[in-house]
Design a binder for this molecule. Structure first.
Ligand code: UD2
Ligand code: MN
Length: 343
């Protein structure tokens, strides 16, 4: 016992020594460190954004011309967004920009009531032509999950079936897409995909639809109106509606069958249109072409950053016009009285 108590002063000296040493080295080190920081830290900090058009490897492709391009169509909007037509872009370049990014494209498609009949051809042709080589997550909304056909998917492509109620009015089915898209983005898609396309189901793909279509906010020209004057577009013309566009305004007439972009941007579209559809409904107004009218109003004030030409939304009954060099996606011919609940 006495032996141990004689060690106390020694232990005290050793502990104080260690504390003193730690203090000196620490303050010296931190002051060196601070000096270092002062010299190496730049005074401006930059927000890091990935370069949207980055190419990850060297690649050979045709030299682009500054002087020659398509002269039969406009390939840029007045706000300098590209209008995508065949031969205005090089698919080799796009493939190399987008292929190695492990992107997932969400694709929403609704088949309520008899429209389930269109699902097989939609999925089968999408597997052949739509976003080939990309991860595609189909979100299939239907009132009849058991009737969703089994179609063989390529690796990286999956489906989720979401049950939705039926309706006695086709106008309501078409319009309610906005509400369901908004909700599904909030609950699932925001964590599961990078880009999204919302497409009509009464359609088929006939040619490649690839990464040239990707952009922040993407709209598509309706095949029925791209040659017409704005006064004859079927916009909603009653000022009481939130979709109202007067005769002397409007850029293009966009189709409701194709909208796309970054998931967050399409969420804004769906939320705004849903709110405006509800506001109108509370005043017993239904816009001329339901959600399509609201989309047109949205795109007039929130310009799309990319506009797809009617190659991306054609109609099978319509003869190909000279500027259409390919048809990528088209509405099939349908007997309205047969497929719609009210017609
Ligand atoms: C080419 C184009 O831009 N088409 C638009 C147009 O007519 P459409 O004649 O193309 O409308 P539509 O009958 O195809 O309805 C739009 C979509 O709603 C779904 N659906 C509709 C009815 C039904 O009973 N079950 C069902 O599932 C289905 O996904 C269909 O593709 O106007 C509609 C609004 O009124 C939509 O904006 C469409 O996208
Ligand atoms: Mn349709």
């Amino acid at each position: 016992m006495r032996f141990f108590s004689s060690l106390y002063p020694l232990a005290f000296i050793m502990v104080s020594g260690v504390i003193a040493l730690f203090y000196v080295s620490h303050t010296t080190l931190t002051s060196w460190f601070r000096r270092d920081v002062c010299f190496s830290q730049p005074s401006i900090t930059f927000v890091e954004l990935p370069s949207e058009m980055h190419m990850s490897e060297r690649v050979q492709y045709k030299q682009p011309s500054v002087l020659h391009g398509r002269s039969d169509v406009a390939s840029v909007t007045p706000w300098l967004a590209p209008i995508v037509w065949k031969d205005t872009y090089d698919p080799v370049v796009f493939d190399h920009i987008y292929k190695n990014r492990n992107l997932t494209i969400a694709t929403t498609v609704f088949a309520v009531g008899k429209y389930i009949l269109f699902m097989h051809d939609f999925l089968e042709t999408a597997e052949k032509y739509f976003m080939v080589g990309f991860n595609v997550h189909y979100y299939i909304f239907t009132d009849n999950p058991k009737a969703v056909p089994e179609v063989k998917f390529s690796p990286g492509r999956v489906k989720t079936i979401i049950e939705v109620p039926g309706s006695k009015r086709w106008q309501e089915i078409s319009s309610r897409r906005m509400e369901m898209i908004q909700k599904t983005i909030e609950e699932h898609i925001k964590d599961e995909a990078d880009y999204i396309f919302c497409l009509d189901v009464d359609t088929k793909f006939y040619d490649y639809w690839g990464p040239e279509s990707l952009g922040t906010l993407v709209a598509c020209l309706h095949p029925g109106y791209y040659e017409q004057q704005r006064e004859s577009f079927p916009y909603e013309r009653r000022s009481a509606s939130t979709a109202y566009i007067p005769n002397n305004e409007g850029d293009y007439y966009y189709g409701g069958a194709v909208i796309g972009g970054l998931v967050g941007e399409v969420h804004k579209v769906a939320k705004t249109c849903r709110e405006n559809l509800e506001l109108d409904a509370s005043k017993s107004i239904e816009a001329a072409w339901q959600e399509e009218s609201h989309l047109n109003r949205y795109f007039l004030y929130n310009k799309p950053t990319k506009v797809l030409s009617p190659e991306y939304l054609w109609q099978d009954f319509k003869a190909k016009t000279k500027e259409i060099r390919t048809i990528r996606f088209s509405q099939v011919i349908k007997n309205y009285a047969e497929v719609r609940p009210n017609q």
